[in-house]
Write a protein that binds this ligand. Sequence first.
Ligand code: 2NL
Length: 347
Amino acid sequence: MSIDKLRSLKEEVIVAITNVVDLGQLNDVRVKFLGKKGPMTEIMKGMGKLSNEERPLMGKVANEVREAINAAMEEKHQALESAKIEAQLAHESIDVTLPSRAVQTGTTHLLTQVVEQLEDLFIGMGYSVVEGPEVEQDHYNFEMLNLPKDHPARDMQDTFYITDEVLLRTHTSPVQARTMEKHDFSTGPIKIVCPGKVYRRDSDDATHSHQFTQIEGLVIDKHVTMADLKGTLTAFAKKMFGEEREIRLRPSFFPFTEPSVEMDISCFKCGGAGCNVCKGTGWIEVLGAGMVHPNVLEMAGIDSSIYGGFAFGMGPDRIAMLKYGVDDIRHFYTNDVRFLQQFKVKD
Ligand code: 2NL
């Protein structure tokens, strides 16, 4: 092997590298010329047979040739790699000016909308919103609300019991009982609304659900009267159902209030003349209320000779059904999107 041959081998390899079009071919060239059976290896093996005079020059040139080939290989390798990336980028590029597909969005559940309307309305009258546990103790759900274990009114409310003392709350009143128990009147009066899920062992039908929602209000201070209750409920009725509404209070009974009332509003559909919404009576029942029973106050550690107040409770399910013409309470809990999407709001 002469130096000339070595140089022409270099030229041959460089040309081969130049002509390569992908990484596979580049590897083929590497194997062919620099591999174990290739000419370069042969040359290196032949070094031993050279004379002492020839060997240094031949070695020097061989190294130069090898380095030149390696450099050309490396350069080609990088060029092919970046070409590959460029091609991929060009192929995967996105036209950001194309209009996007419409994104399917959900909507606030109608019941949540109504609960939030009610919360906002009472927040506007100075109330705070308080929430509490859905799994409750018998003590807070019944005892503290003037419903002792032998009380006949407990039969009225079929309850989901978890143990003898633990149950799914049948109303949101235990939240108020807990609030009263820990309240310090030196910080001001109690003025709260308590919304949330409640549970009763009912058979489900168009107007009953074993799970439903309730929102209750409680105001306790010195010198609170039934006139305050009536004014509050009138404001609520007009804000929720329209300024033209009138209210009517009928005597009623609840174990936790005395006296107790039920409130009707003049029908928002017929204005009182009688229609299918008010069943021909001109009035629609919307809530129950009353002056908090002294036993309830005392049980929470509040001196009923100094403090008193009113409470009210309503079902947002029923309010929503009336206001939005929903004919079956079960729609709120089966969550068919075709139902829910009818009450789409901008959040
Ligand atoms: C209804 C009637 C009512 C109350 C709830 C209450 C709570 C406490 C003390 C006294 Cl802590 N009362 N709540 C009072 C009267 C009626 O709800 O028909 N709800 C759907």
